[in-house]
Ligand binder design. Structure first.
Ligand SMILES: [Zn+2]
Length: 233
C-alpha cells in the first residue's frame, strides 16, 4: 500500500470514530424531543378528561338550580289548582303543572346522562393520572441518563479528536485536503479497498493500469468515478 494512503486509512479510522460519537450525540436531543412530546400528549389527554369532568359538574349544578326553580313553580300551581274556584282555573293550573313537570323530567334526564358520563370518566381520569405520574418519573430518569450520556459522548469525541493531530504526520497538505473533502461529501468514507477490480465505495471498475499501480503501491490511485482513495487489501 502506498505509505500516504496507509496514513489516510489510519486517519479515517479516527475520523470515523469521531463521526460515530457525533452521530450518537446528535441522536440524544431527538430522542429527548420524542419522549417529551409523548409525555405532553399523555398530559393533554388527562387534562381533557379533567376539564370534561369539571364542565359536567358546572352543568349539573346549573341543572339542579333550574329543577329547583321548576319545583317551586309546580308547588305554586298546585296551590292554585287546590284552591280553584271553578273548573277552568283548575284545568289551567293542572295544564301548567303538566308542562312544568315535563320540563323538569327533561332536565333530570339530562342530569342523569351527565352523571353517567361523569362516572365513566372518573376511573379513566384515575388511570391517566397514574400513567402521567409513572411516565413523568421515567422521563425524569431518562433526562438524567441523557445528560450523563451526552457528557460521556462529548468527552469520547473530544478525546479521539485530540489524537487526530499525530495521524497527520507525513500526509502532504494536498492529499489531506482532498481526503477531508471526500470524507465530508461521501458519507465519511474517503479511503476504500479494491474489491475484485472494483472501487468498493461506488462499484466502478478500475483500469488495468491503476490495478497494477495499486498492486505495487507505487502511486496514489483515486477512483475515477467517486474520487475516493483506493488500496489493494
Ligand atoms: Zn469509487
Amino acid at each position: 500500500m502506498h505509505p500516504v494512503v496507509e496514513k489516510l486509512l489510519a486517519l479515517q479510522k479516527i475520523d470515523s470514530r469521531v463521526a460515530q460519537a457525533q452521530r450518537k450525540l446528535d441522536a440524544v436531543p431527538n430522542e429527548t424531543a420524542k419522549r417529551r412530546s409523548a409525555l405532553t400528549r399523555l398530559t393533554a389527554e388527562r387534562d381533557a378528561v379533567k376539564n370534561r369532568i369539571r364542565e359536567i359538574e358546572v352543568e349539573i349544578k346549573d341543572l339542579e338550580v333550574r329543577v329547583g326553580g321548576i319545583e317551586t313553580a309546580i308547588k305554586k300551581q298546585e296551590e292554585h289548582r287546590d284552591n280553584a274556584q271553578n273548573a277552568s282555573t283548575f284545568e289551567a293550573a293542572r295544564h301548567r303543572i303538566q308542562l312544568l313537570s315535563e320540563d323538569r323530567d327533561q332536565l333530570q334526564s339530562r342530569e342523569l346522562t351527565l352523571i353517567e358520563e361523569q362516572e365513566a370518566l372518573q376511573p379513566k381520569l384515575q388511570e391517566l393520572e397514574e400513567k402521567v405520574a409513572a411516565e413523568t418519573e421515567v422521563f425524569e430518569a431518562y433526562l438524567k441518563e441523557a445528560e450523563r450520556l451526552e457528557a460521556e459522548l462529548r468527552e469520547e469525541r473530544d478525546r479521539i479528536a485530540a489524537s487526530r493531530e499525530e495521524y497527520l504526520d507525513g500526509i502532504p497538505p494536498a492529499q489531506l485536503s482532498q481526503y477531508d473533502e471526500i470524507f465530508r461529501s461521501r458519507g465519511g468514507i474517503a479511503v476504500v479497498a479494491l474489491e475484485s477490480d472494483h472501487c468498493s465505495g461506488c462499484y466502478t471498475r478500475i483500469t488495468p493500469n491503476d490495478r497494477a499501480k495499486l498492486g505495487s503501491g507505487s502511486a496514489i490511485v483515486n477512483c475515477k468515478s467517486c474520487g475516493r482513495f483506493l488500496y489493494a487489501p
